[in-house]
Design a protein around this ligand. Sequence first.
Ligand code: NI
Length: 270
Amino acid sequence: MIVDVHAHLTDEQFDADRSEIAEGLKQNGVKWIITNGYDRKSCFLAVILAGWYKNIYAAVGMHPESAGDYDAVFEDNLKEYCANEKVLAIGEIGLDYHYDTNPPRKTQRETFVKQLILAEKLDKPVIVHSRDAAQDTFDILRDNMPSRGAVLHSFSQSEEMTKRYLELNVMFSFSGVVTFKNASNVKLSAGLIPPERILTETDCPYMAPEPFRGKRCCPAYAANTAAVLSEIKGIDYAEFCELTVANAERFFKVIPKEEKKKKGGRFWGV
Ligand code: NI
């Protein structure tokens, strides 16, 4: 079994078969997933989905591409969402300097910092998107790291940045990008990271790993990414999957069902 800590099951590309995918997760070797919100609507829907399916969790936050939409009302929404125990993190949040049409960099930085401060207040970790903004992302995270830490989603940074990030309280989450033939730099970076700090994700419906590159991605494809990572780390595939599931459950404090029952908690576990 594997986990997918970064899916977007609310995306319209799943409109035709969302329930099929959600119900089929276990049969397809996926123990649980986190569906990540990125704007008002997707955050709302992510929380709904997490309520419907016991092996779907949610993360909620304003993506940098919508950074200008962050306001007091949305921040109140985030607080309400985070009171739900199926909401595991604030995300995805971060910086994206790739397109000139994205919100101004200053707005992105302000929205990112606000959500990092909120994560600290709500005792949640964060899930971070960073594109063409490596230095600013690093600086902001270093100065505003929530106690619960951060996940660097679809990690694809240089070896030099990887070494610097290893000093911070972060987990490194790999998507299908690490399986691409032209991603030797990402493979080198992965080689530097201790296995206890590696997570698996898909970023579905995007970033399908080889051999599905270019097709619609889905959570089960995290297995293809895990296979490549296990080779890079020289760890047996099954052992690697077990390890990354344990990493994710420890980091996000996902408590297995049996333990919850013993504590008399609500039935929400996996
Ligand atoms: Ni994403």
